[in-house]
Design a protein around this ligand. Structure first.
Ligand code: VGL
Ligand code: ZN
Length: 202
């Protein structure tokens, strides 16, 4: 690894994104052993948790007549409508049972305001409201980030793009991620990340 403080950022490895969950990502649970093994290689380890109130505006259930995976317009732009998922305090919002959460220095929750979604671990979907993660990483002297988790084309991608914009060196370890892949969203995400200077590693 290059010099500087390295952080592992583990995005949304929660039951609802794993097989059997409300917004299951194919093979989402398969990345857990790899992530557990990686933790020992990093000085700083952060886990994120998607954490929505039951009436969250990203849920199709809050939009009469709308179906999951459709798109609506919010004041901050386009928003995909999701099945209800990661509702605060429910088993679906908990981390996957096998994830070594004891190794984490910091757990950051996002998406807890009902009127705005937050894919990125750094900013909500208005690209302006901070989650506090940037301040945490800066105050710990972190310069390099490795991102892993769920889902490659949504929360991992948005986090990687924000991190690159904030000046971190960013690598996404694709073997330790899985995608939702809505209408080519995985290829689009890979292109956008490369364009932003994010390193995609096998
Ligand atoms: C995510 C859709 C909705 C993710 C979170 O973690 O990628 N995707 N909420
Ligand atoms: Zn969500």
């Amino acid at each position: 690894m290059q010099p500087g403080t390295h952080a592992l950022i583990v995005i949304d490895v929660q039951n609802d994104f794993c097989p059997g969950g409300k917004l299951a990502v194919t093979d989402g649970d398969r990345i857990v052993p790899r992530i557990n093994a990686l933790m020992k290689d990093f000085q700083v380890k952060v886990l994120t948790q998607d954490w929505h109130p039951a009436d969250h505006a990203s849920f199709a259930s809050q939009h009469p007549g709308a179906a999951p995976f459709g798109v609506t317009t919010m004041p901050y732009g386009e928003q995909v409508l999701w099945p209800d998922h990661c509702v605060i305090g429910t088993p679906g919002a908990a981390f996957h049972d096998d994830l070594h959460t004891d190794g984490a220095d910091m757990i950051i929750r996002k998406g807890f305001r009902s009127q705005i979604d937050s894919y990125s671990a750094f900013f909500e979907n208005d690209h302006a409201t901070p989650t506090g993660l940037d301040g945490y990483l800066r105050s710990r002297g972190v310069e390099q980030l490795m991102l892993v988790g769920l889902a490659t084309d949504f929360c991992v991608q948005y986090s990687a793009l924000d991190a690159a914009r904030l000046g971190y060196d960013v690598t996404v370890l694709e073997d330790a991620c899985r995608a939702i892949d809505l209408d080519g969203s995985l290829e689009a995400a890979r292109g956008a990340m490369v364009e932003a200077g994010v390193v995609l590693e096998g």
